[in-house]
Design a protein around this ligand. Structure first.
Ligand SMILES: [Fe+2]
Ligand SMILES: [Fe+2]
Length: 271
């Protein structure tokens, strides 16, 4: 199974801004994206650190673009395992790097490893920012999220937004730009993934929720990248915001259940 996963490599999505992609196998011919970002400005910033299963290739990709000694910031969107995979490797390899996180993420991380030292980090909340030399990065609450500590990131210099777990969708291989995937696959998996990630959408008041989504879109991102979604540009950005708007107040989309497990088990037994 692992051998059939295409090899990924960094993709430049904006000036000095690189997607660090990895893939996990899903339905035949499709993959879950597990991305991070590197912003290689005056003070290089690593944005999320991938999943533990991809650690080796993740480190290889990131350090092909930046010297570990030069990394100045590690922005952690939240403390889920698929975003913290190489966090401690980076903190060790990059002694000049400061972790940008928040109180609750720090506390939750401390249940897995000894707590990150206070002098290695800064805490930032929604609508706060930090300066990284030639650019300012602003934190916002992403429209879709599966962890309470989640913050999206907006680079005021390039207009790149890191939307974290929002806008997730299946892809067909080392295929990262949205116009390169079949429309049906994108649309169907987008609805399913965003519903699974934020199952509470069924209780949302559409008016109140859309007000929040509007404030995020009002930043007018030029490029949107995310941990499990495609790179979005132009009209595809508004389209993605609209797709999550429509989830408010709608029933959850059911993920695969016992019958899917039965099928999987039958395949394993037959093999
Ligand atoms: Fe998450
Ligand atoms: Fe995630």
């Amino acid at each position: 199974m692992e051998a059939s996963v295409p090899t990924t490599s960094p993709v430049r999505i904006a000036p000095e801004t690189f997607l660090i992609p990895n893939l996990a196998p899903a339905e035949p011919g499709t993959f879950v994206q597990v991305n991070s970002l590197l912003i290689r400005g005056e003070e290089p910033i690593i944005v999320d650190t991938g999943a533990p299963v991809h650690r080796e290739h993740w480190l290889e990709q990131v350090y092909s673009l930046v010297d570990p000694e030069d990394v100045r910031w590690v922005f952690l969107s939240h403390d889920d395992g698929d975003h913290t995979g190489s966090l401690y490797d980076v903190l060790e390899a990059s002694p000049a790097a400061t972790l940008v996180t928040n109180f609750f993420a720090w506390e939750r991380l401390a249940l897995e490893r000894p707590a990150v030292a206070p002098d290695r980090m800064i805490w930032r909340g929604p609508n706060e920012s930090f300066d990284a030399g030639d650019r300012r990065l602003r934190l916002v609450v992403s429209p879709i999220f599966d962890g309470p500590t989640t913050r999206a990131l907006y680079d005021e210099r390039t207009g790149v937004m890191w939307a974290v777990d929002s806008f997730a969708a299946l892809t067909t291989g080392a295929v990262h730009e949205v116009e390169e995937v079949p429309k049906d696959l994108y649309e169907d998996s987008f609805q399913l993934f965003n519903s699974m990630i934020s199952p509470w959408h069924e209780w949302l008041d559409p008016v109140a929720y859309n007000r929040h989504v509007d404030t995020v879109e009002a930043l007018r991102p030029q490029v949107v990248a995310s941990a499990h979604g495609h790179v979005l540009r132009g009209g595809d950005i508004h389209d993605a915001f609209d797709r999550v708007r429509t989830l408010a107040g709608q029933p959850r989309i059911a993920p695969p259940g016992q019958s899917a497990l039965d099928e999987l088990l039958a395949t394993v037994i037959a093999a």
